[in-house]
Design a protein around this ligand. Structure first.
Ligand code: HEC
Ligand code: HEC
Ligand code: HEC
Length: 449
């Protein structure tokens, strides 16, 4: 008792000392406000470069509300600790970043501190942006400062105590923010290094694809092992990939540029937004990302080629033939999937899809409920949603059938909650997919320099 009391006291003292030290160590001063620079003061070339970098960083996805003004902020970002609202990053002097110097902007990108010296929540993925070079930050700044200024005050965050205290972020940073510039790996090609710089930094692929710990930080030791994004699971994109056919650099390059691949299907949900943004990025950068990611995926397993996967699926056609699931599949799905019509307008053989073979059924349920649509503005869906025509029990039966028919994985079981949740949270994301309607160029960036 006495002993644990002493230990408790020591621990408490250490915690307090640590907190004080933490605050002192990470205290940041305000950076003087400037008069908003004139848009003409930025070289057009720099602004153009900044536009490409902003697309790589998905800045618009978080800082633009659907149907709202570009970069005016206000998007609610749900976290396990409450809801954080993105801020206005247009050059409006009062409500945006118009009075931020380039130095203040760079500090925000590297250290997650605003101009006034307040710590920013890592929902803003500065744990990745911290590696961005001076040059690239300059271009991003030039791009943002030449956007249309929008008057839009920040919405107050809705966070529980103690997470609503920004000083808590200081402690988080001590633990998890490791400011580092990118160190090229001399044993790899220039293209690989370019890809690594982008994937680990501005493109922040791991923000969705890496699992997080209880404090919301990425578990970097298991980077790319699969994470969550909105109401989707972001599959593992490393050696743990659930993809029945192994991803290689060519497939990645095609998928990232077009939003689909004949051996893998289409990008949906948050990934559709990522691909849409990549359409505004130089092809060489997308290729570099593909080269680096192919290395992260590892050496393809020889047995996992398309022909083998499809042949195996076909040989399993009779599996559970009289079941209710088989009947639903035959009536509702079979005519389109593996009809011989190529994707994105023909559905792929589901034995090729990561959706039935993933560790959880979330994406499969999302797709069955909401269907798949081409890019925004297109009227007809390319796959209808079944939310209105199937009840939860039928969806569960179908999902179980797809798992046993198209994969050799054990049944999921106990996912009634997933179906309920997916029905509830059919978010705006469910209405779009990156499947292009014509050339990839049709997937437009929301604005031009
Ligand atoms: C995953 C969502 C997300 C992405 C992607 C994102 N941001 Fe943010 N950003 C936020 C959120 C949320 C905040 C507010 C954080 C807070 O209030 O502490 C924020 C804050 C900021 C701030 C501080 C603004 C202020 O007024 O304090 C800047 C600057 C910024 N972001 C720039 C960018 C840029 C540039 C990009 C793209 C390279 C980007 N963000 C991408 C979510 C995002
Ligand atoms: C905002 C979150 C988010 C970001 C950022 C993101 N992804 Fe994804 N990604 C997802 C989700 C969610 C899926 C699953 C989508 C689906 O079911 O179609 C996905 C799917 C994928 C797939 C398909 C995997 C498979 O087996 O079918 C690949 C490959 C991929 N992402 C690569 C990347 C790369 C490379 C980057 C960085 C350039 C990236 N992602 C950034 C959320 C994200
Ligand atoms: C009218 C045609 C059509 C019908 C009917 C249809 N689909 Fe689809 N489905 C598509 C198309 C087109 C795509 C997009 C290409 C792709 O990804 O396979 C798609 C995509 C999918 C995907 C994602 C595959 C991937 O990883 O990219 C799944 C899973 C899926 N459908 C399941 C089903 C199920 C289950 C049913 C029956 C309840 C069904 N579909 C009915 C046309 C259809």
């Amino acid at each position: 008792m006495a002993r644990s009391g002493i230990i408790g006291g020591v621990v408490a003292a250490l915690v307090i000392a640590g907190a004080v030290l933490g605050v002192v160590l990470v205290w940041r001063p305000a950076i003087a406000a400037i008069d908003p620079p004139s848009p003409q003061s930025f070289a057009p070339e720099l602004v153009k470069r900044g536009r490409e970098l902003a697309a790589l960083g998905n800045c618009n996805d978080c800082h633009t509300v659907r149907g709202g003004k570009n970069f005016a902020g206000g998007l609610p970002v749900p976290t396990p600790f409450g809801t954080i609202f993105s801020t206005n990053i247009t050059p409006d002097a009062e409500t945006g970043i118009g009075r931020w110097s380039e130095g203040a902007f760079r500090r925000a990108m590297r250290l997650g501190v605003d101009r006034q010296g307040r710590h920013l929540y890592p929902t803003f993925p500065y744990d990745h942006f911290t590696n961005v070079t001076d040059e690239d930050d300059r271009a991003l700044y030039a791009y943002l400062m030449t956007r249309e200024p929008v008057v839009a005050a920040a919405r107050p965050n809705q966070l529980r105590f103690p997470f609503n205290q920004r000083v808590v972020i200081a402690g988080w940073k001590l633990l998890f923010l490791h400011r580092e510039t990118y160190h090229p790996d001399a044993t790899k090609s220039a293209e690989w290094n370019r890809g690594a710089y982008l994937v680990e930094g501005l493109a922040h692929c791991g923000a969705c694809h890496t699992p997080r710990n209880a404090l919301g930080a990425e578990r970097t030791k298991v980077a790319f092992s699969g994470g969550e994004a909105d109401d989707w699971s972001a599959y593992a994109i490393n050696t743990k990939s659930p993809a029945p056919v192994a991803w290689d650099a060519d497939a990645l390059d095609f998928y990232l540029r077009n939003g689909w691949h004949p051996d893998h299907g289409t990008a949906r949900g948050p990934m559709a937004q990522v691909v849409k943004n990549l359409a505004a990025v130089p092809a060489s950068d997308v290729h570099a990302i593909a080269v680096y990611m192919a290395d992260v995926f590892g050496v393809p397993h020889a047995a996992r080629d398309r022909a083998a996967v499809v042949a195996e699926a076909r040989s399993g056609v009779g599996r559970a033939p009289d079941s209710e699931g088989a009947a639903i599949f035959a009536a509702a799905c079979a005519s389109c999937h593996d009809s011989g019509r190529p994707p994105p307008y023909g559905g792929i053989n589901l034995a090729l899809s990561s959706a039935p073979s993933a560790p959880d059924p979330r994406n499969l349920v999302n797709i069955v409920l909401a269907g798949v649509r081409p890019v925004e503005g297109e009227r007809s869906p390319i796959m209808p949603g079944f939310a209105g025509t199937m009840n939860d029990q039928q969806i569960a039966v179908l999902v179980n059938y797809l798992r046993s028919r198209f994969t050799s994985q054990p049944p999921w079981g106990g996912f009634e909650k997933t179906i309920e949740e997916a029905r509830r949270t059919q978010t705006a994301y469910l209405t779009t997919s990156a499947a292009p309607t014509s050339a990839p160029a049709s997937a437009t960036q929301r604005d031009k320099p």
